[in-house]
Design a protein around this ligand. Structure first.
Ligand code: FAD
Length: 400
């Protein structure tokens, strides 16, 4: 009987086990996870779980009994520490070892720790795991002033949750706008306005030189007093296993469009995978939920010796205060000519389109719903559009 091993029991790992069974694999499946929990979803950790509207039971990818019902062996609380490709063997932290016929690396990512004094002090918070979320929720219930370092998605979502809990928040961001690299200045303004309107002290263009027990020290000598500090300065892929095994690693585990590594028996998916995207014509590593949800079906096909290709457009979403947003497409920093808005930007109810020439590269809908599919079609088809038509709310996106 063949044995397929999945390292990493997050969303991608869980969905890969599911996809293998759906695609008819009847051999052994072993899912190895360093965390003590069965696979869970992380988006609620900076949203409902933090504000208390979602409890722990609501985050798991599958019901407890699902793994046994589908004959998936789950090893939790044990990290894979070594990968011997010649012997087709994964070594475990508890001294055990497991042989595989095919292997999926779905080891995800971990928060980046900035190289500044104090960043590793125990009172400094990062948010990736369920335990981080639960202790941060307790913190939000007990402090009055918080500093958030980094105005990325996680920093801003935590800021929104903290404001909801009545905590005064200072956000410290090195760039001149939040989310500048992803959105560019035109759309990033919206998020700056949103947080300022909710009473956030948003400090832009500042550098943090030290995290102290009483707050944060800035590069210009200024001090921000805070009872708690959250750092949200991005994530880095968990590539140690792949690196040590001599796989090609470059901003993640490098895979082709079928999600295969250079080793025919090893594939990668989710946050850890830097995959060639046929539509975009380059490798992209996408750190978003929808990617971890959908790539595993392609990885499973590759493990089964079939040739599926992953060509979904990158998609992500956020919820902050009363703003809900979806974004689809991919734009390199500065890689667009203009942003066209349709709708009421001041009321934060609009769609933004990023254009290169007369083609749409990406779209973001803010408090406007059910438009992702037509936006995807515009991007995929490369339909030539005019900014006038895009901006006109009376022109249905479906017939542009
Ligand atoms: P992970 O979820 O990181 O899972 C990988 C698992 O592998 C981990 O449990 C890890 O412990 C384990 N592992 C690593 N190394 C080993 C090893 N050597 N041995 C065994 N196990 C190992 N995306 C969105 O699109 N929208 C959102 O609103 C959104 N919100 C988010 C909020 C938070 C707080 C976070 C942290 C992420 C959010 N994301 C969001 C991103 C999304 O959650 C990730 O893209 C997704 O979790 C990736 O899934 P994954 O399975 O690839 O990796």
């Amino acid at each position: 009987q063949q044995r397929f091993v999945i390292v990493g029991a997050g969303l991608a790992g869980a969905k890969a086990a599911e996809a293998l069974r759906e695609q008819g694999f009847d051999g052994r499946i072993t899912l190895i996870g360093a965390e003590p929990h069965r696979p869970y979803e992380r988006p609620p950790l900076s949203k409902g779980c933090l504000t208390g509207s979602t409890d722990r039971a609501g985050v798991f990818v599958h019901q407890d009994g699902w793994y046994a019902e589908h004959d998936v062996e789950v090893l939790l609380g044990v990290a894979a520490t070594g990968l011997d490709r010649g012997a087709h063997r994964v070594e475990l932290a508890d001294g055990g070892a497991i042989e595989y016929d095919k292997l999926l690396l779905a080891t995800g990512a971990r928060p980046r720790r900035p190289p500044i004094p104090g960043a590793r002090a125990p009172h400094v918070r990062y948010l990736r795991r369920i335990e981080d979320c639960e202790s941060l929720r307790d913190v939000l219930g007990s402090v009055s002033r918080m500093a958030v370092i980094g105005a990325g998605w996680i920093g801003l979502e935590v800021t929104a949750a903290a404001r909801r809990a009545g905590v005064a928040v200072t956000v410290l961001e090195a760039a001149r706008l939040p989310l500048l690299r992803v959105l560019g200045p035109e759309a990033a303004q919206v998020f700056a306005g949103l947080h300022r309107d909710h009473g956030v002290d948003l400090r832009l263009g500042v550098t943090v030189s030290e995290i102290t027990p009483s707050g944060v020290r800035l590069g210009d000598g200024g001090e921000i007093a805070a009872d708690a500090v959250l750092v949200g300065v991005g994530a880095e892929p968990e590539v140690e296993l792949a690196l040590r095994a001599g796989l090609h690693v470059d901003n993640g585990v490098v895979v082709d469009a079928t999600l295969r590594t250079g080793d025919p028996d090893i594939v990668a998916a989710g946050d850890v995978a830097n995959a060639y995207h046929p539509l975009l014509g380059r490798h992209v590593r996408v750190e978003h939920w929808a990617n971890a949800l959908k790539q595993p079906a392609v990885a499973a096909a590759a493990m089964l010796g079939r040739d599926a290709v992953y060509e979904e457009l990158p998609y992500f979403y956020t919820d902050q205060y009363d703003l809900g947003m979806e974004y689809v497409g991919h734009v390199e920093p500065g890689g667009y000519d203009q942003v066209v808005f349709r709708g009421d930007v001041a009321a934060r109810k609009f769609i933004a389109f990023w254009l290169k020439g007369d083609r749409v590269l990406a779209g973001m809908n803010v408090n406007v719903w059910d438009v992702v599919e037509p936006i995807k079609r515009l991007i995929r088809a490369g339909t030539p559009v005019t900014s006038h038509a895009l901006a006109d709310p009376d022109r249905p996106l479906e017939i542009l």
